[in-house]
Design a protein around this ligand. Sequence first.
Ligand SMILES: Cc1cc2nc3c(=O)[nH]c(=O)nc-3n(C[C@H](O)[C@H](O)[C@H](O)COP(=O)(O)O)c2cc1C
Length: 496
Amino acid sequence: MPFVDLREWLGRLDKEGELRRITAEVDWDREIGAIARRVLEKKGPALLFEKIKGYQTGRCTKLVTGVLGDRRRLALALGFPKDVPNRELVQYVMQKNREKIAAVVVRTGPVKENIERGDRIDQAEFPVPKWHFKEGGRYIHTFSAIVTRDPDTRVMNAGIYRGMIGKKNTTPMLLMKGGQHWGHHFVKYSERGQPMPVACVIGWDPIMPFLAGSPIPAGVCEWDVMGAYRGEPAELVRCETVDLDVPATAEIVIEGLIHDDPSTWEMEGPFGEFTGYVSDVPTPRPTMQITCITHRNDPVFQGCLEGTLPGSYSENSVMSSTQRAAIAWNILNGAGIPGIRDVWVPPITNGVNIHVQITKHYQGQPKQIAAALWGASAAQYRYKHVVVVEEDIDASSYEQVDWAFAHRVNAGEGGIVVFPGGFGSPIDPSTPLEDRDVAQLGTGLWNRVLIDATRSWKMPKRPEWDNERFPPTVRPAPEDEARVRARWQEYGLGDL
Ligand SMILES: Cc1cc2nc3c(=O)[nH]c(=O)nc-3n(C[C@H](O)[C@H](O)[C@H](O)COP(=O)(O)O)c2cc1C
């Protein structure tokens, strides 16, 4: 069953004990961010703040965050029980990402209950947090679907891209020409000498950030893929001032134009990024000039606290763990690589690291896997480190993967491969700033690594090793294990 809108989803979370209402007064300035961080660290519920300092009356009084901050809630959002196994969820997402149900445009909807233009536009009327004390400003777009349209094909795209309040009606954003899909659109508008129309959708079905935050192939409209997940068409309404369509039951929509004219750009950043580091330095960025804001009565503002820390992760990590694994697996299938058994993205890495479990068919297979992933545009911010293991290693177990790393990798024999200077993330703190100069390089440069933790086929099979390439492990013989299992109680070890 689809969630019609954010309100229905919050109702479901409430019923499942996955939502906490905070009625104590809290400050949008750093306090909400610090609370959200502590709750993420405790792998706690989503948070609905109902009494925000300075916002107890007015246009918008509530803020929700953390709706997908744990795998339990992602499973619910996708229609599964909270404890669904990873592989099942990943395979469902692989399938759904390739389906479409075309969106329909309806005449109007609740998002049109309030329409503000001109001087009445003021982003500060929404309780936008300053999430982290080192950030350059108040980040209004952390979980919004940013909608643009390809001017050639007229296909819309929805992506999550960060945006900070500039003036009351301007939003500098991390927009890289040619980088993400809206960057492709921006280049096309720029070549026509036109500004790019943009609509930022805040708060709808949780499937919206799940898909907007993921690299669905260029040219595929995310609203149609969301239809496939929902099992019915997304109902959209036309924007007021730009040629774009947005969900009729969204909470808030901000419309505007971005000009490829540096004289209109404003300073943006730094931002507490998904890497867990406060990114880059303040930089002039393409800036949205807001033309209109529409919203429901009593709208709920939605945002996400970005960033992982050692031992705790964010909503993006939870989504990435499933989506980036599904996308990688589809890439590997598309490349015709045999023997893929499982793909695991450790949530703490957001997909910067990925583990692929295979049945090995030939010696060069792990390198083929890495090459296929690194050649895909989905690797822009992801798949920096690829680890390949065999079927006897659970790709989701650090202890098992680390064992294979320790005892199956021969770095001097191709077990570790560095692929230098390819396209990659401009916000990786381990990359020198000159290799992250988007203005000069277009995007970041990455040195990627393959760790081939499979048993090398260059080792000959030996008769004294049961005709295997590696010696037997220390696991007892099956008949010895069976005998011991049968007498376990007798040994007085039944409690173990
Ligand atoms: C919470 C969150 C924040 C994100 N912030 C940004 C961002 O600021 N800039 C960016 O390029 N990608 C960002 N991403 C990743 C993109 O949303 C993702 O790569 C997506 O595929 C972009 O859409 P597109 O493939 O249609 O271009 C973010 C993702 C999430 C989930």
